[in-house]
Ligand binder design. Structure first.
Ligand SMILES: [Zn+2]
Length: 77
């Protein structure tokens, strides 16, 4: 099995084997770490202000979720 990006043979070096939808894919450790870096940069997750904003959103989501959960539990009783 070879990396789908650079065609290097897959070894036990921390690469990823999985599926994109139904398409089987394999990425060597270099390509998978490059893709991870790319996503981090594209999403702005290397920017402290954007990360702080995202954390706020996640905390809001968690609050909403716990409120909804409590409401569901109240209905049951
Ligand atoms: Zn590769």
């Amino acid at each position: 099995m070879n990396c789908n990006v650079c065609d290097a043979p897959m070894e036990d070096d921390g690469g990823i084997v999985g599926e994109f939808g139904i398409l089987p894919v394999a990425f060597c450790c270099w390509c998978s770490s490059s893709m991870t870096d790319m996503v981090i940069q594209m999403q702005g997750f290397d920017d402290i202000d954007i990360l702080k904003e995202r954390i706020k959103e996640l905390e809001e989501d968690a609050k909403q979720e716990s409120k909804a959960k409590k409401a569901r539990e109240k209905k049951k009783t």
